[in-house]
Write a protein that binds this ligand. Structure first.
Ligand code: PLP
Length: 399
């Protein structure tokens, strides 16, 4: 018999399964709102001009492809710290931030999870209810037990902060709390700066460990504005972890560019932490690939390219916002009974629309519009050509 005969077929990834169904659909009006990527107004995945320019320069320089250091490209790691904390951050000056280049935001979360498991083997991990669909499996695969903390309130389409705070305040010391820095996936509902202050206070008081996931910096209000949670944690003097993803903000999904930053007590502690994080990396994938990090570092460290990138990021952010506003207006024009104005308040690429699983199914079978059964839609999949069709279909299934 085969050495693999006991292997059972794993369940299909629900979102990838949706895309397979979409690809096979022959309806010319089909729309895939289930995706987790940014499409431009032509419904295409963009290659940013700033990225193109940095790639051209790199291609002409034709650098050799030696191994990178275990922690990745130094220039990339420095650029990431400057981006997330600001160039004047005392954290950086005092050597309290350790950054390693990771394989996307997912890779950063996994390196952080593996490191924390060695340090706090009996801690539990707490993720928001609901959260990005990979958070639970990722921390479980690092060996943790994962629980949900209260987060989204479907009735108000926003965060039930009182419940979240009360839950965190009752947790055991060294519990690991995964927080979305901005543009919460899947709900689009974020904490206010005032609420973040209270989260920092609870984390300090209860000796909890914050792991902040920042996959959409620049997609809500702007690069610095979206770092409000990070800045509050930075100012608190606490130690914490941050995973960054450049998949969306640089439209570099397949290049797998991300970073893990650990904020320590002092420079000497940073050296010890880095040495242990490097052991985690060495035994997983040894060192990260060269291309994506080099491109992001080149863009962030050239003032011209950085300016160009910021403008392109603003275009993505503003287009998503325009789609939110337009969708709400169109639904109103069609006299739907519900008030959808909350969609404009939600931030980032996603919205929990409140559509039921049955309505989502109807959108698919009657209109070839694909969405996740939870009612999550990706606003960045809407454009000026398909939004009327989507609004009409939505009004029809809820009417
Ligand atoms: N964290 C959140 C909240 C996300 O939404 C995503 C991607 O969808 C990730 C992490 C993973 O990012 P990456 O694709 O860079 O691994």
């Amino acid at each position: 018999t085969s050495i693999f005969s006991a292997v059972e077929l794993a369940p299909r990834d629900p979102i990838l399964g949706l895309t397979e169904g979409f690809n096979a659909d022959t309806n010319p009006n089909k729309v895939n709102l289930g995706v987790g990527v940014y499409y431009n107004d032509n419904g295409k995945l963009p290659l940013l001009e700033a990225v193109k320019a940095a790639e051209k320069t790199r291609l002409e320089a034709a650098p050799a492809r030696g191994y990178q250091p275990i922690e990745g490209l130094g220039a990339f790691n420095t650029s990431v710290q400057n981006l997330i904390f600001g160039t004047d951050s005392p954290l950086i000056k005092e050597g309290r931030a350790v950054t390693i280049e990771a394989l996307g935001g997912t890779g950063a979360l996994k390196v952080g999870a593996d490191f924390l498991k060695r340090l706090y083997p009996s801690s539990k991990v707490y993720i928001s209810d609901p959260s990005w669909e990979n958070h639970r499996a990722l921390f479980e695969s690092a060996g943790f037990t994962v629980e949900n903390y209260p987060y989204y309130d479907a009735a108000t389409h926003s965060v039930n902060f009182a419940a979240m705070k009360a839950y965190l305040a009752a947790l055991e010391a060294n519990a690991i709390i995964v927080l979305h820095a901005c543009c919460h996936n899947p709900t689009g509902a974020d904490l206010t700066a005032e609420q973040w202050k209270q989260v920092v206070a609870v984390i300090r008081e209860k000796n909890l460990i914050a792991f902040i996931d920042m996959a959409y910096q620049g997609f809500a209000d702007g690069i610095t504005e979206d770092a409000v949670a990070l800045n509050l944690f930075a100012a608190s003097g606490l130690q914490f972890l941050v995973s960054s993803s450049f998949s969306k903000s640089f439209s570099l999904y397949g290049e797998r560019v991300g970073a893990l930053t650990l904020v320590t007590e002092n420079k000497e502690e940073s050296a010890r932490v880095l040495s242990q994080v490097k052991r985690v990396i060495r035994t997983n994938y040894s060192n990260p690939p060269t291309h994506g990090g080099a491109i992001v570092a080149a863009v962030l460290s050239s003032s011209a390219l950085r300016q160009q990138w910021e403008a392109e990021l603003a275009t993505m952010r503003e287009r998503i916002r325009a789609m939110r506003i337009s969708l709400v207006e169109k639904l109103k024009e069609k006299n739907v009974p519900q008030d959808f104005s909350f969609v404009v308040k939600q931030r980032g690429m996603f919205s929990y629309t409140g559509l039921t699983a049955q309505q989502v199914e109807q959108l698919k079978t009657e209109f070839a519009i694909y969405a996740v059964s939870t009612g999550r839609i990706c606003l960045a999949a809407l454009n000026t050509k398909n939004i009327d069709y989507v609004a009409t279909a939505t009004a029809s299934v809820i009417g």
